[in-house]
Design a binder for this molecule. Structure first.
Ligand SMILES: N[C@@H](CCC(=O)N[C@@H](CS)C(=O)NCC(=O)O)C(=O)O
Length: 313
């Protein structure tokens, strides 16, 4: 099997979701630490424009978005499964709610001054923190995600936590005795609250939730990745051939045919189009082939849900 290369940085909650999945599946992986803000020339050489974190590289295939990465890891190592109760609507709905709604209230809580950045980057200069805030504001421009004021985020969390506690009941995980995709989604959004001593008390009235986060965090600590440089990852991409796509489909492609030049980008934020030749567009994923002077010919894959496909402008 080709190596799994995760491009990420330590303080990223979405990256923590994948690190925990890798640990849960006891998969060996290689780690490339990427910049936290733009410019990210080596990331963009692989993706063609997508800048969000993390991405998973397998040879010359680049997988964007943790919803798709979960399915790729499942293919790489079916056991233990991330879908022990089936890949069903309840699990997907919980994962989506955690990723899309809860992420946007837990980040303002966990990333307040003195929070996650202080914990993971104690030496960050005021200039870096200001550049980070500016980068994120620019990334969200034109997007559809509203981040409310802190008091509102805390109120929404207070609304969600008793329900999470009730959902856990006497089960270790949201859907039962085994962990599934939605547990990893909920874990990574509670992670910034749990990591920061000043806000962890918000979780303390909910002992099952707290025990759940601790259980999930143990998966995150299990992996022992091999560090490689982004230059090495680009060489690997250049030397590799993208995996063949069997029986490619063009489902609901609005008239776009396989082989056409298209662009793909998220619907919510970080609206950076990735242009290339459409190789597949199914109910699960969109794949485009593109060539970069340093990465060579790569295929970039996105989940179908949450991404827009258009003729290349
Ligand atoms: N839907 C995406 C969201 C990923 C995301 O928003 N990640 C954050 C970091 S936790 C990000 O990309 N921040 C900007 C950056 O890293 O450049 C996924 O599931 O992977």
């Amino acid at each position: 099997m080709k190596a799994l290369i995760l491009h990420h940085y330590p303080v990223s909650p979405y990256a923590e979701k994948v690190r925990a999945m890798l640990g849960y599946k006891a998969l060996a992986w290689q780690s490339v630490i990427i910049p936290m803000l733009m410019p990210k020339p080596d990331v963009v050489a692989l993706t063609g424009g997508y800048r969000r974190t993390p991405i998973l590289q397998i040879g010359a295939d680049v997988y964007c978005d943790t919803a798709l990465i979960a399915r790729v890891l499942e293919r790489a190592a079916p056991s233990p499964t991330l879908y022990p109760y089936g890949d069903n609507f309840a699990g997907r709905a919980m994962a989506h709610f955690a990723d899309s709604v809860m992420f946007n209230l837990s980040v303002p809580i966990g990333f307040q001054p003195g929070g996650m950045m202080q914990r993971f980057l104690p030496d960050a200069t005021p200039e870096f923190l200001a550049a980070f805030a500016k980068d994120r504001a620019a990334m969200r421009q034109g997007g559809t995600v509203r981040r409310g004021p802190l008091a509102e985020c805390r109120a929404y969390l207070a609304h969600a936590l008793p329900r999470i506690e009730a959902q856990l009941g006497d089960r270790p995980y949201l859907l039962g005795a085994a962990a599934s995709e939605c547990d990893f989604a909920l874990y990574h959004v509670l992670w910034p609250v749990w990591q920061v001593a000043a806000v962890r008390p918000l979780l303390e009235p909910y002992p099952r939730t707290l025990a759940f986060v601790e259980r999930m965090a143990a998966f995150g600590q299990q992996g022992k990745p091999e560090e490689i440089t982004s230059g090495r990852a680009l060489e690997i991409a250049k030397k590799s051939k993208p995996a063949a796509i069997e029986k490619p489909q063009a489902l609901e492609s609005d008239g776009l045919a396989l082989g056409e030049r298209v662009q793909v980008m998220p619907v919510d934020y970080a609206l950076d189009p990735v242009k290339g030749e459409l190789l597949e567009c199914s109910a699960e994923s969109i794949s485009v082939r593109r060539t970069d002077p340093r990465a060579g010919t790569v295929v970039v894959h996105f989940p179908r849900f949450g991404y827009q496909l258009q003729r290349a402008g």
